[in-house]
Design a protein around this ligand. Structure first.
Ligand SMILES: Cc1ncc(COP(=O)(O)O)c(C=O)c1O
Length: 391
């Protein structure tokens, strides 16, 4: 079959590939300790679920405005202002089918052939492919493990050329849990202003940061709003991955262009999911601290466990729910040559599902999602100890 050059420029998301390989093993009856999916294992809070049920009962099941129902387009900026100190209105907000869709739409209206997008690595798997699908070129800037994989303005500046249209910062980061300090983030914004390029801040994990960090948005900066695009999502903060609601905050002209794309593609995000998201944005935030406290316990357990395995090196994640251990000590042993080989061995020999670093732009790591039970973490750590010990 002849497919377009556009579709041939991208790959299936490596995380989706791992999830499917782990599912195949599970279907054969194998007990897989799953560190694959970046998905909270908590249930969606009750008040949110009830709002969706109410929306169904009240027959709010028709098309909605393409960019989202007005109350939600108002509630998102209000929530963002309350929680993260920004200053947007409903015309500067569009609701999309998850944060990934928000990123896809934003990049598709701003990036075209010949454009470069500066992307700190390790990066979330979807960024490079979304950029390439739009015709742009990802320009990867490697962060340092010693810096907790945090993006630095000085390194980003070196990658800026006359073709650069955008810099993407994802803090807290998937896959490393790295957090960019507010001062450094402001330096990156200053750089974007100087070069007149966009700064896209992916804040999907904004509320999962560990002490001493506090939730932060670059949209709270005093100046530079016209340069900033914020991507957010209810998926992680409210354990709502399956509901598929995310958003973009940015200049009105950009938002209108995104609404235009949605009008010719998805139309509105699911009506009842929007009412659920409205309850999330206007309701209590009390459900977040218990989740964070649980992630914090798991973070300690997993990092201590990983560091206790001779040869595994792991920085302490400062946010999100991922660990990104360096496994390069094992290269050259039992035919292991890369993170991909280690992830393959871990899955098929130790029955522990991880994602190889290659999908995130590094060859020496695997990604572990600790959005899973303590029991599962302990089981997986035991298996990993045995696996690495046997190489
Ligand atoms: C960094 C990052 N951005 C965006 C997303 C998109 O999330 P969703 O589409 O579920 O809102 C994810 C999901 O894993 C992510 O890790």
């Amino acid at each position: 079959m002849e497919l377009t050059r556009r579709i041939n420029r991208i790959e299936v998301s490596p995380t989706a590939v791992v999830i499917s390989a782990a599912d195949q093993l599970k279907a054969k009856g194998v007990d897989v300790a799953d560190f694959g999916p970046g998905e909270p294992d908590f249930a969606t809070p009750d008040h949110i679920k009830k709002a969706a049920v109410r929306a169904i009962e009240e027959n709010r099941t028709k098309y909605t405005p393409t960019g989202g129902i007005v109350p939600l387009r108002e509630a998102i900026p209000a929530w963002h202002k309350r929680e993260l100190g920004s200053n947007y209105n409903a015309r500067e907000c569009v609701v999309s089918v998850g944060g990934k869709h928000a990123i896809f739409n934003t990049i598709s209206v701003l990036i075209q052939h010949g454009d470069e997008v500066v992307l700190p690595a390790p990066y979330w798997v979807s960024f490079p492919d979304i950029i390439k699908y739009a015709g742009g070129t990802p320009v990867v800037v490697h962060t340092r493990q010693e810096d907790g994989f945090s993006a630095k303005a000085a390194a980003i500046e070196k990658a800026i050329t006359p073709k650069t249209k955008m810099v993407i910062v994802n803090s807290p980061s998937n896959p490393t849990g790295g957090v960019v300090d507010p001062e450094e983030y402001e330096r990156i914004l200053a750089l974007c202003r100087k070069h007149n390029i966009w700064l896209m801040g992916d804040e999907c994990y904004s509320h999962f940061v560990y002490e001493p960090h506090k939730p932060f948005s670059i949209a709270s900066a005093k100046e530079g709003k016209e340069q900033v695009i914020i991507i957010g999502s209810v998926s992680k903060t409210f354990a709502m991955t399956g509901w598929r609601i995310g958003y973009t905050l940015g200049p009105e002209a950009l938002i209108q262009a995104i609404v235009k794309v949605q009008s010719q593609s998805t139309s509105n995000p699911t009506s009842i999911a929007q009412y659920a998201a409205l309850a999330a944005m206007t309701g209590t935030m009390d459900t977040v601290p218990p989740m964070l406290a649980e992630y914090e316990k798991r973070r300690r357990r997993i990092i201590e466990g990983l560091r206790a395995i001779p040869g595994v090196k792991c920085t302490m994640p400062e946010g999100a729910f991922y660990a990104y251990p360096n496994v390069s000590e094992f290269f050259g042993k039992s035919g292991m040559k890369s993170g991909a080989d280690i992830a393959h061995g871990l899955l098929h020999q130790a029955h522990v599902a991880t994602v190889a670093g290659e999908g995130f732009g590094t060859t020496e790591h695997v990604r572990i999602s600790y959005a899973t039970s303590m029991e599962n973490i302990d089981k997986a750590l035991e298996r990993m100890r045995e696996f690495f010990g046997g190489l």
